[in-house]
Design a binder for this molecule. Structure first.
Ligand code: TXA
Ligand code: MG
Length: 353
């Protein structure tokens, strides 16, 4: 175990000096967890083979799962990609800094230890002020996966990072709760047609508006859950984002779903099973059984995205045996929400229509 420094920094009131120590740790090959607008990241010098290897150790992450390189200005693209297509420039103009990751061909500065042996590299310019300032202050390209133990829900608060990584990293920067709560959208620009490998806050429609045509990796579509497509983003193949308890999702008419969850919860409770229920602001009063928590409001998908990982972690702390969840419309941001929820459940979806 190493001594982990936890440093609180206010996103709206800090100076570069506040980040000196963190930047120094990174330059010396150490690990620093930091907030981004999507989820907390676990950072290391992305061009230093030894440093990025430490990330895999701290997270218990499979070494074939590549990392995202975080940059602080668009020009950095040319330092790490061997080709920057027109589509990348247009997307950067429109969505950077922001929650979009682009896959491009890597150049030989980028070690295979960062790309999991691939010839391509994932690149993102985050919008969070602390993340941007840390990249600039360190003068590095920061490789950063989500700052959770591999397989657990991604961290949306410093407390989550501390729980998973205390004693395993040099520093954790506590910048409060993140804004978005789901990992960035990943788009592959090395394929003929730009292809979404992971849905996120930047939706297919938004990408289509800029590029004209985009595909979505077949393997991540809900209707293909039983077919054996191999996801193009290595990380999407693992059971992921999972809480300790078994999660089951119920889909169908809202009132019917609620009735079904209540019925099953009562049954389980008579068997002495502790049930957690993922409800919404609109439905929470209807459940008079189980441990009920609201994920957010159906009137605001952003609140649901922001609440998703936190509610899964809260149920871990509450030691529930099973979790029942309502489901959400699979469009726009809802696509990313359902993608993560389904993965967290191991695709345990019951239709009650
Ligand atoms: O929002 C985010 O993207 C956060 C914050 C910290 O920036 N990071 C994040 O990283 O979610 P991570 O490592 O948890 O997820 C990266 C995903 C994995 O599924 C990985 O397989 C995929 O990106 N990926 C990385 N490089 C790739 C490449 N060259 N080709 C295909 N997929 C790649
Ligand atoms: Mg992750």
């Amino acid at each position: 175990m190493m001594n982990t420094i936890v440093k609180k920094i206010n996103e709206d009131n800090f100076t570069d000096t506040d980040l000196c120590e963190a930047a120094k740790i990174l330059r010396e090959g150490g690990l620093v967890a930091f907030p981004t607008e999507t989820v907390y990241g676990l950072g290391a010098n992305g061009l230093d083979e030894k440093a990025s290897k430490k990330i895999y150790e701290a997270k218990g992450r499979p070494s074939d799962n590549p990392l995202i390189l975080h940059i602080a200005d668009v020009d950095s693209l040319y330092e790490i990609a061997s080709e920057v297509p027109e589509s990348a420039k247009r997307l950067a103009d429109e969505f950077w800094p922001g929650p979009l990751t682009m896959i491009l061909k890597k150049n030989n500065k980028v070690p295979y230890s960062t790309t999991g042996g691939l010839e391509s590299v994932a690149i993102r310019m985050p919008e969070h002020k602390i993340a941007l300032a840390l990249i600039k202050e360190s003068g590095l390209y920061i490789a950063a996966p989500s700052a959770n133990t591999s397989g657990k829900p991604s961290p949306t608060k410093a407390e989550h990072v501390i729980k998973d990584l205390n004693g395993k990293v040099d520093m954790i920067i506590d910048g409060g709760k993140v804004g978005i709560g789901l990992e960035s959208t990943i788009i592959d620009l090395t394929s003929k047609v730009p292809t979404i490998l992971r849905p996120g806050y930047i939706t297919e429609e938004m990408l289509n508006n800029v590029l004209g045509t985009v595909d979505t990796d077949k393997a991540i579509l809900k209707e293909n859950k039983d077919k054996n497509y191999k996801p193009k983003a290595p990380g999407m193949k693992y059971k992921h984002y999972a809480p300790k308890a078994n999660l089951t999702i119920f889909e169908g008419n809202e009132a019917t779903v609620i009735d079904e969850i209540i019925k099953r919860t009562m049954e389980k409770q008579t068997q002495g099973v502790k049930v957690g229920i993922i409800a919404t602001d609109e439905s929470k009063e209807k459940y008079q059984c189980g441990v009920v928590k609201t994920i957010g409001s159906r009137k605001n998908n952003k609140s649901i995205a922001r609440g998703l990982y936190e509610i899964l972690r809260d149920f871990d702390d509450l030691d529930v045996d099973v979790i029942y969840s309502e489901s959400f419309l699979d469009n726009n941001l809802g696509q990313a929400i359902m993608n993560r929820l389904l993965k967290a459940s191991g695709y345990d979806l019951i239709n009650v229509r």
